[in-house]
Design a protein around this ligand. Structure first.
Ligand SMILES: Nc1ncnc2c1ncn2[C@@H]1O[C@H](COP(=O)(O)OP(=O)(O)OP(=O)(O)O)[C@@H](O)[C@H]1O
Ligand SMILES: [Mg+2]
Length: 158
């Protein structure tokens, strides 16, 4: 597990960007953390790292937004999902096992359908200020390698 501290939204975006640069087709990034933890900020960084030019916002009413980058970015926000069944209805498999990078906000609420190999990220706002703890837990070789590539950022904000 890799733990990175940030002291501002901009720093969180920057860490997301570093990660985005290392991601490739088929990668799945699961984001968890309380309301306002910084999941969308982190996703905006991932988008930058993937070369997405559009501004990424939370797909509040649509569950999923697609962006064009070096590879496509499929940004899910399942906060308003009532049932995992809705993921089947929107054909999530095509995204999860497709040609893009999947980022899932509130991933814990759809745990059952998440492939065993993925990068799990928890963002914690433990102090109630602008500092955040970003925990990266990779499962599988692909994701372990990606997290290794993030290690130079370890000292940021600590
Ligand atoms: N270090 C930090 N990293 C990220 N965001 C921070 C940080 N410090 C303060 N913030 C603030 O926290 C908020 C994070 O909002 P953001 O929409 O990214 O969170 P979220 O986890 O996606 O929320 P939601 O659960 O509503 O989807 C922003 O208002 C941002 O300015
Ligand atoms: Mg959000």
């Amino acid at each position: 597990m890799l733990k990175i501290y940030t002291g501002s939204p901009e720093e969180t975006v920057e860490i997301g960007k570093q990660l985005g640069k290392l991601l490739n087709s088929g990668n799945i990034v699961c984001l968890t953390g309380d309301l306002g933890a910084g999941k969308t900020a982190f996703t905006q960084g991932i988008a930058k790292g993937l070369g997405v030019k559009d501004y990424v916002t939370s797909p509040t009413y649509t569950i999923i937004n697609e962006y064009e980058g070096r590879v496509p970015l499929y940004h899910f926000d399942v906060y308003r999902l009532n049932d995992v069944e809705e993921m089947h209805e929107l054909g999530y498999e095509e995204y999860f096992f497709g040609d893009g990078v999947v980022v899932l906000e509130w991933a814990d609420s759809v745990r059952d359908i998440i492939p065993p190999e993925r990068l799990w990220i928890t963002i914690l706002n433990t102090k109630g200020d602008n500092s955040r703890e970003i925990l990266m837990e990779p499962t599988g070789e692909v994701y372990q390698k990606i997290v290794k590539g993030m290690e130079p950022n370890e000292s940021i904000g600590s």
